[in-house]
Design a binder for this molecule. Sequence first.
Ligand code: NAD
Ligand code: ZN
Length: 364
Amino acid sequence: MKRIILRLKTGRYPVFVGRGLIASLSEILSLEGFSKIMVVSDSSVHELFGEVVTQSISKGKAEICEFIVEPGEGSKTIDKAIQITEALVKKTFTRSDAIIALGGGVVGDLAGFVASIYKRGINLIHIPTTLMAQVDSAIGGKTGVDLPEGKNLVGTFYHPQSVVCDIDVLSTLPERQFLSGLAEVIKYFLLRPGAFNGDLLSLASRILKREAEILERVVFCCASIKARIVEADERDEGIRAILNYGHTLGHALEAATGYSGIYTHGEAISIGMMFAALTGVSLCLSEPELPERQSRIISSFGLPVKPLDPIPDFQVLLKHILQDKKSKGTVTMVFLKKEGEPVVRGDIECETLSQSFDDLLDLF
Ligand SMILES: NC(=O)c1ccc[n+]([C@@H]2O[C@H](COP(=O)([O-])OP(=O)(O)OC[C@H]3O[C@@H](n4cnc5c(N)ncnc54)[C@H](O)[C@@H]3O)[C@@H](O)[C@H]2O)c1
Ligand SMILES: [Zn+2]
């Protein structure tokens, strides 16, 4: 087992990365101080890992209860957060008790949000079970729920006590979910290639076969990159923006298709990274060869490089780009001069974006 320590202004906490961890939670974590623990999970994850986790934490003396939600984004609501809060009240949870978020980013964001508001903050442990959650959402303290008006409109910054990334749980992930997480892995590689020991492309076939040893290295590497960026910019006011590489068009594609699953998040940001590279080249910010190199990596992992049919109308996408909470009225985007050299630029003209979208459709 490897360990990354996140050092924040308000404290520090470990991210554990290894195999078989969910069966040894009492040994890894200090659970003695909790008299009650609520495990929040979705029904699919609960069916797969609920019992192992409950058994593994029941070696302590805490009373354990569970709150299970439906799988999917539809559970990330204020209503669900209130229901969990009410369950905590009913079970007389105090601030020194704990919530364990067992699941993907949906469960992590929802349970993290509840942990941050219940009695002004209760202990939280993340056990992320998707690749996306292990390399991204469980690290960094962002919690939140959606409103009918948009995603993540209500949320907090709230860090857990620990994050436990068990590589073994990734073996049951549906292929499309796994690939979706790989898009974030590719993003980290493009942002910080030096942090990976070797070229990501040369590892592609072993990653796609989900070889545990390689996945452990990859998750550790990505989680470390995210940890260092979060330490430098806890509240997303500066350098953390680079993590949005590919997300300008990516978020717009997801929003324009109503989060219907036409695009997974990873598929959308794969296309978004190509869009950013092409825009970067057209603005002479990026090396002319970057789109080609990037597309080779993205395609090697079975992810798309351009929008799928039916091609969304660019004006609709633009409306979403301009509405994105990160775009303060003008379009702010992350570019790469080349791999490892991100640059954030504001005031990108809509006309430039429209031209790049045409270039994207013409790609290869
Ligand atoms: N807080 C952050 O910083 C942050 C960052 C990125 C994304 N997010 C949020 O994360 C959410 C997406 O998270 P996600 O991609 O993990 O999706 P998810 O939580 O919806 O999980 C995807 C699906 O995989 C299933 N699943 C999870 N683990 C499994 C496993 N080990 N085996 C089999 N099935 C499993 C789930 O039941 C679900 O159906 C979005 O709501 C997004 O806004 C948050
Ligand atoms: Zn993302």
